[in-house]
Design a protein around this ligand. Structure first.
Ligand code: 13P
Ligand code: 13P
Ligand code: MG
Ligand code: MG
Length: 369
């Protein structure tokens, strides 16, 4: 029997702007899932990262299952009522449709799922990021699955040596899922050529060529493509299986020590470094910096252990210090140059409207004779 991992995540309201959900809201979500999941799920785990609440579920119903998705949708709807009652900011922010229709994809919440043949020991990682978009995982995934400088397993393990298949999505294509499959190592330069542009090309999944089993699943939704306007950054989640045919946990985590600049933070319109944080952390400085948390699990017949909070280790304190320094440095230059996103990625139309109006006031100077 195969096991399905489904994570569904949404921002349904938070304290003090976009900081974190209230305890009452978090508890309401946990209670709703507990009460309504008895016959449906094998297990579940609820967490928050910044202002987003994620429901990780294990079951045997396959990806995209209507009842599993409906449980998450109904939970977020019930949570939104609590958020409204408490006056939380952006109550129901990510619920972009009025009624549920079969699957939460395209309705606002982020989804990452995989159906797996459980190994005798099934270790996996659940990542959740806030104040950024799905391209934030491009660099860490490239390094972990393509680069022996980061991942010695690519040289040491005969099965990993066969390489990995990347499915990459062109998220600017709004009419449907435009995807390409590329193989590491032969297509390495092409993979890099796409992943260097994380606002347009986003890793959707990765699988080892030795087995084709799922290794990585990323939520690739672009909220402003769904809503047609800004509603919040996409704040992506990701599932990664580790060990044996897959990179070791440490090989997956190592790239997060870079604190790469990603799109996001204040008003979803800036470039700021990605900070690894502990589970259930809020955000702070300049509506950021963009944060990523990671819960490591072992699983047996769909039953989860408690999460190991991988970024809690003292090693990451030093990384957090360096990310804070990078964030402050970047903020010193305010709106200037690379501190902000290019025009087409700004999450507000105010500036484009203003520049359009100024356009009429531009004039071309007459040539002097
Ligand atoms: P163990 O020998 O502790 O199983 O570790 C193997 C490994 O993957 C370390 O990166
Ligand atoms: P969220 O997408 O996390 O709600 O953040 C929105 C925002 O504009 C922060 O400044
Ligand atoms: Mg929010
Ligand atoms: Mg958020």
């Amino acid at each position: 029997m195969k096991t399905t991992l489904s994570v569904i995540k949404a921002d349904i309201g938070s304290i003090g702007g976009h900081i974190r959900p209230s305890r009452k809201l978090f508890q309401a979500v946990a209670d709703h899932v507990e009460k309504h999941s008895k016959k449906l799920l094998l297990d579940h785990y609820i967490s928050y990262t910044g202002d987003d609440i994620a429901i990780l579920m294990t079951h045997e119903r396959g990806p995209g299952d209507e009842q599993v998705h409906k449980l998450a949708w109904d939970t977020f709807m019930a949570g939104t009522e609590v958020a409204r009652g408490e006056g939380l900011y952006g109550a129901g922010q990510d619920l972009l449709k009025d009624s549920f229709s079969g699957n939460v994809r395209g309705m606002g919440p982020a989804v990452a799922e995989m159906e797996i043949e459980e190994r005798p020991g099934e270790p996996f990682l659940f990542f959740a990021a806030d104040k950024t978009d799905p391209g934030c995982y491009n660099l860490p995934l490239y390094m972990a699955f393509c680069d022996p400088m980061n991942t010695p397993g690519l040289m040491l393990s005969p099965r990993m040596m066969k390489g990995f298949t990347f499915v990459i999505m062109d998220v600017s294509h709004t009419e449907g899922d435009r995807v390409i499959e590329l193989n590491a190592p032969e297509d390495l330069y092409h993979i890099a050529a796409l992943l260097r542009d994380p606002e347009r090309y986003v890793v959707e999944s990765v699988s080892p060529r030795s087995s084709g089993e799922p290794a990585v699943s990323v939520s690739t939704s672009r909220l402003h493509n769904i809503a047609g306007k800004y509603t919040g950054k996409d704040d992506p989640i990701m599932l990664v299986r580790v060990q044996k045919d897959f990179p070791a946990t440490g090989e997956i985590l190592a790239p997060y020590s870079i604190g790469p600049y990603v799109a996001g933070a204040m008003r979803g319109s800036h470039q700021m470094p990605l900070m690894p944080v502990t589970l259930n952390s809020g955000i702070s400085f300049f509506d950021g910096p963009p944060v990523v948390s990671c819960a490591a699990f072992a699983m047996h017949h769909g039953i989860l252990t408690e999460p190991a909070d991988v970024f809690e280790h003292p090693f990451w304190d030093r990384v957090r210090d360096s990310v804070s320094a990078k964030a402050i440095d970047m903020r010193r230059q305010g709106f200037f140059g690379p501190a902000m996103l290019p025009m087409n990625e700004l999450e507000y139309t105010g500036i484009t409207d203003a520049i359009e109006k100024l356009d009429a006031r531009f004039h071309v100077r007459e040539e002097r004779p």
